[in-house]
Design a protein around this ligand. Sequence first.
Ligand code: NAD
Length: 370
Amino acid sequence: MDDGSWEVFTGYRVQHSVERGPCKGGIRYHPDVNLDEIKALAMWMTWKSAVVNIPFGGARGGVACDPKNMSQGELERMTRRFASELVEVIGPEKDIPAPDVYTNEQVMAWIVDTYSMNKGYMVPGVVTGKPLALGGSYGRREATGRGCVFVTLEALKILGISPQGATMAVQGFGNAGSITAKIASEYGMRVVAVSDSSGAIYRAEGLDIPKVIEHKQQTGSVVGFAGAEELPGDKLLATKCDVLVPAALEGAIHTGNADQINTKIVAEAANGPTTPEAQAVLDDKGIFVVPDILANAGGVTVSYFEWVQSSQFYFWSEEEVNSRLREVMVRAFHEVYNASQQKGINMRDAALDLAVSRVAEAQRLRGIYP
Ligand code: NAD
């Protein structure tokens, strides 16, 4: 540590499936990181890649630490130590990490460097979500939010709601949440409430999202944004709106609050924000849930585009990335929606059914070695 003391951090990397391609999945830094959480997230990645039909399996990683109270130097040393342990585990043909909660492009840059220095040559394809200057992809930073908006637009269409003026509330104003809010407002939606770990803000006429992003960059939180009312953080989920976007951590919508949810659509930018019991409550209330493995698959989709570009040392324009992303997300949405209609099941079960079938088919075709 900066003060000369030593600290031991526990890190995890879980590889859940290699049936359809190399493992793929983010690395998070958070005090609550534990093996069970990382195992669950690794499995989610398998289904997510399968639901949007990109040739990846699932993995996930994390380090139990408190990144908010660590200096850049401490984060760099911890990241490099963790990456050194992973050199034989990860690789562009094997397992490709990416950013997740409280990790970012800089963390990916340190992993690229640590891995490449061990190999003796630059290996940009070992991670995605890296800076553009190291072979990152245009559109990657915005991909999860943009993908979430693409599927939200399809859900609005099905419910016959015009995006112009449709209201949205977003829990969690980090990468996934703030970009979803920004792009949704570019499509004419009115983002009335947003929150982060410090609290929530509300403005019935709609928040000026680029200004809220600026405010958060300057002050570290959305709280205190001029012209907005403050809400108790836990009230955000009960905001009356057309689209509710949980974009913080898992388990946000549970039996203790599900009956207060007052929205027509839940678009799950976060992974696992709705507990299974709460899903049943939302079903009873007739709320259209776009499940996590579909709603936030934009990130892994553009990660796949980034990996393809890195493998070929070739770059696509931002327009090309965004239009390919739209194509993948809209196709996947309708495949899931059609399956849900045909089988009479909700969107979450349909997405899982489609994803598990694809992985099972790959496993069946490959058979068992030797
Ligand atoms: P991030 O660290 O950029 O943002 C997380 C945000 O959630 C922060 O603003 C934090 O203050 C807020 N938060 C934490 N606890 C909260 C609480 N109790 N109430 C309200 N806000 C709270 O992380 P991110 O990358 O945006 O990830 C958010 C979620 O989206 C995670 O579930 C992650 O797995 C998922 N996700 C992210 C990506 C991606 O590309 N970034 C892709 C797929 C899924």
